[in-house]
Design a protein around this ligand. Structure first.
Ligand code: ATP
Ligand code: MG
Length: 357
């Protein structure tokens, strides 16, 4: 075994609606350093996953197989994440008890917080304050996911020849990626990952989830709006959008497209603000110290500014590779920089180890 132990490593597999990403990270337990071993991305056609539902399993299975082949991946254990309405994340108060006691009673305790039949969900939890408060109550982070969705992802992974070792949640993957790359602040901060079809919102307090929410919007809205207005194909619209959204400061975006982008940015920012406000307004006087953006659509020109204006919070675009060692002979730095925001969730997933918690 070398410097970088990989005995319990998993492959991070992010199945997004616009692309499948795969990542392997090596971890030096002594120094805490992370090093990039594998990164790959395969685009999906827009009809493969629609509104969070897998419409074409074969296309996704093929994409995973292609990535495993292309990058000569030997690990079989995969960490994959789910999101959307089938996942419920809540902080709840319960009478103080041990982990074992809660394991026994969680089904009963959780039932009132879950809008689905308790028999139809997989439940996991984390006790946030073991010693409890004066009233003998303790805080618990409850996570429930519909079995139907979990099973679907598990069989997808198996069909692709891999083992579904860990089922994670998008919002937690973003959180893990963030906490590794940035020193988790004590302040209230918002992590907002804007993908193609989903916005994952996760508000952290003292580095722990205060609340999460997924909104069914994203980069796809911009593309569809360009498509509709210019009467062109989805692919053409996507090219127009991304071409203008390069980091190249000189890139010129036609005025017509700029108008469309800013209109959709407004809508998206309003929706993000509404979700944040809904939860924040429960505690008067609290405000977000900062919002950290990730996800491919975070690069949309004008979106960050629109979110800043609506929420009043300073915005920072994350760098998911900020603290990851990268061998520039093995990876093209320019390519990695271009796709880094899309890799945000894959980083969080690739950090997971079997047996960790
Ligand atoms: N330079 C760019 N400018 C604007 N948008 C971009 C740019 N690069 C990528 N995007 C958009 O980012 C989105 C893809 O981001 P990401 O990979 O995070 O989403 P996903 O994981 O496929 O989707 P989801 O998780 O929401 O199902 C697409 O909508 C794409 O058009
Ligand atoms: Mg995604």
């Amino acid at each position: 075994m070398g410097l970088f132990s990989r005995s319990t490593q998993t492959i991070g597999l992010d199945i997004g609606s616009s692309s499948v990403k795969v990542m392997e990270l090596l971890h030096d337990k002594k120094t805490g350093a992370w090093r990039l071993k594998t990164f790959g991305l395969v685009k999906l056609p827009p009809e493969a996953i629609v509104d969070g539902a897998v419409m074409n399993t074969n296309v996704i299975v093929d994409a995973i197989r292609e990535l495993v082949d292309r990058h000569n991946i030997k690990t079989r254990d995969a960490t994959v994440s789910i999101s959307g309405h089938s996942v419920i994340i809540k902080r709840i108060n319960l009478p103080q008890m041990t982990f074992e006691e809660l394991e026994e009673s969680i089904q009963w305790e959780a039932e009132q917080y879950i809008p689905f039949d308790i028999n139809d969900v997989n439940i996991s939890f984390q006790i946030l304050d073991e010693q409890g408060d004066e009233a003998g109550q303790m805080e618990v982070l409850l996570v429930a996911a519909r079995k139907e969705l979990v099973n679907e992802y598990q069989s997808l992974i198996q069909e692709a020849g891999l083992k579904p070792a860990i089922i994670d949640v998008d919002a937690f993957a973003v959180e893990n990626m963030f906490c590794m790359n940035y020193d988790a602040p004590r302040d209230l901060v918002g992590l907002v990952n804007v993908g193609a079809s989903t916005v994952n919102i996760n508000v952290l307090q003292n580095g722990v989830t205060a609340f999460t929410r997924d909104v069914g919007m994203g980069g796809r809205q911009f593309t569809e709006e360009i498509q509709r207005n210019l009467n062109i194909s989805y692919e053409e619209a996507e090219m127009l959008k991304v071409g203008g959204g390069d980091d190249d400061a000189d890139a010129v975006i036609p005025e017509e497209i700029e108008t469309i982008l800013s209109h959709v940015s407004e809508n998206l920012a309003t929706e993000i603000h509404r979700s944040l406000d809904f939860h924040l307004s429960a505690t008067p006087g609290v405000a977000l110290a900062r919002i950290y953006l990730s996800g491919g659509a975070a690069k949309t020109p004008g979106l960050a500014r629109a979110i800043a204006e609506k929420t009043g919070a300073p915005i920072e675009i994350m760098d998911p590779f900020r603290r990851i060692e990268i061998d520039e002979r093995a990876f093209n730095p320019r390519y990695l920089h271009d796709v880094s925001l899309q890799a945000a969730i894959a980083v969080g997933l690739a950090m997971r180890r079997i047996g960790d918690s």
